[in-house]
Design a protein around this ligand. Structure first.
Ligand SMILES: *Cc1c(COP(=O)(O)O)cnc(C)c1O
Length: 471
């Protein structure tokens, strides 16, 4: 009976998935729903007896799908992409079916060894130095937390692990990141017990990238007052504008002062797969750790964050535990990824990466990325050539920050913010495409990020037409 049910509904679901991915454009990108609207339609208490797949699937189609924001829609240009692809979706189905826990080698030998292999493929694809070892984490936030914890332990000779927060450090441990760094740095600093007050945000230049001279000044100031420079987080592709912190000079400062150097390339790191974009990682050999998310811009559905470290021993010494019930006879010969991060239980995420890389091929991935970069350059040129609009930041990869600002009207910052907010609302409420916004040095900007798997020139053109028609 069970196998029959899986076959019947499995086939039905596969058909639905194929139609969904192909016909996504029928859906509004943002659903026209009000807060609480869906909640009100959901049964207040759980069913006491089986309702049967028929009804569950019917409710999925009628209640859930219409209330989803369709991230895979080719006119999704908001935030950053979280793109997927067919090989990734199919692999995820298999992962769920196998349902393995991948915490130690013995609990899933193939999963452990495949993870080791595909992470080395990624290392080669990005041109990371030999010797960097990788592990898959759930998110970049977790990866950055791991980096901060390792930095803390290296700075205190593993004293905090042993003695608690008072252990091992004569002065406060300070952390540095640019004022444009992602909020996950602050969150990690708080969780790691380093204290938000010890996170120093370094000014950025006109291109929104960290100024290494300012970093050096801030660190010397703190050292003079007895602090210990624990960690510097550089961002390759900031969230607001994909600014590129210059890794080489920042890395050299870290090296000189003994600070842990973590590089956050959550979305933009993917661009380094293109040989012509490798320069964004120039100086990466100084890094102690590096993260990028295949679940953002590499066609691998969430979650899949690739975390690389130069010295796995620091990572495993920070997280290692060895209770009797987890000891196995091969512990000395194998990788036990439970010691490479926070959780014990781990999903088999390597499988979807393996499917994606093999189905696309590295050249296939490059072709997609080049397409996105070209579309972003084109969009930027349309903005630049239209006197009613202005670019708000350099276009480094696939994100264009821009706004409506007709010079002849001489609008104030407040009026500009109001006009651009209205424009954004009108576009997003139409359901035909979805953009987001940010503030750059206090100025309201629209963000157009091009990175969906099936976005074409037509989608980008349509978005621009909509924007220019509606001002
Ligand atoms: C998206 C993003 C993050 C957070 O990624 P998660 O995987 O959602 O935790 C961190 N840093 C940067 C630069 C990002 O763009």
């Amino acid at each position: 009976m069970k196998a029959e049910i899986i076959r019947k509904y499995g086939h039905e679901i596969v058909d639905w998935v194929a139609d969904y991915l192909e016909g996504l454009e029928k859906f509004p990108v943002l659903p026209p729903v009000q807060p609480g609207e869906i909640l009100a339609k959901l049964s207040l208490s759980p069913p006491q007896v089986s309702e049967g797949m028929e009804r569950i699937l019917e409710d999925f189609r009628s209640l859930i799908v219409p209330g989803m924001t369709h991230w895979q829609h080719p006119s999704f240009f908001a935030y950053f992409p979280a793109n997927n692809s067919e090989p990734s979706v199919l692999a995820e189905f298999l992962t769920a079916a196998i349902g393995a826990q991948c915490m130690v080698w013995q609990t899933s030998p193939a999963a452990t060894e495949l993870e080791e292999r595909v992470m080395d493929w990624l290392r080669q694809m990005l041109g990371l130095p030999e010797g960097f070892a990788g592990v898959i984490q759930d998110t970049a936030s977790t990866s950055t937390l791991c980096a901060l914890l390792c930095a803390r332990e290296r700075a205190t000779a593993f004293g905090v692990n042993r003695f608690g927060l008072s252990g091992g450090s004569p002065g406060p441990l300070t952390v540095y990141a640019s004022e444009e760094a992602h909020s996950s740095v602050e969150k990690g600093v708080k969780i790691a017990g380093l204290g938000k007050e010890n996170l120093v945000l370094i000014p950025t230049g006109p291109d929104f990238a960290m100024l290494p001279g300012e970093l050096e000044k801030a660190i010397s100031r703190d050292l003079d007052r007895g602090a210990h420079a624990c960690c510097v987080v550089a961002t390759v592709g900031t969230t607001s504008s994909t600014a590129m912190d210059p890794l080489r000079p920042i890395g050299e400062i870290c090296k000189r002062l003994g600070a842990w150097f973590h590089v956050d390339g959550a979305m933009a790191g993917t661009a380094a797969i293109l040989p012509e974009m490798r320069n964004i990682l120039d100086g990466i050999e100084h890094a102690d750790s590096f993260v990028f998310n295949p679940h953002k811009w590499m066609f691998t559905n969430f979650d899949c964050s690739a975390y690389f470290v130069r010295d796995p021993k620091t990572l495993t010494s920070t997280f290692e535990i060895l209770p009797e019930y987890l000891k196995t006879g091969v512990d000395l010969q194998v990788k036990n990824f439970r010691d490479w991060g926070v959780p014990l239980g781990r999903r088999f995420r390597a499988l979807k990466l393996w499917f994606v890389i093999r189905q696309f091929g590295v050249e296939g991935i490059r072709e997609k990325l080049r397409g996105h970069l070209e579309l972003a350059r084109d969009f930027a040129s349309w903005v630049k050539d239209d006197p009613r609009f202005e670019l708000m930041a350099p276009v480094t990869i696939n994100l264009v920050c821009f706004r409506y600002n007709p010079t002849e009207k001489g609008l104030s910052e407040m009026e500009l913010e109001k006009a651009n907010k209205e424009l954004l609302n009108r576009i997003n409420n139409s359901g035909r495409c979805f953009l987001s916004h940010t503030k750059l040095k206090g100025r309201f900007s629209l963000r157009m990020c091009i990175g969906q798997t099936n976005t074409t020139r037509e989608h980008v053109k349509k978005a621009w037409q909509m924007i220019t028609n509606w001002i």
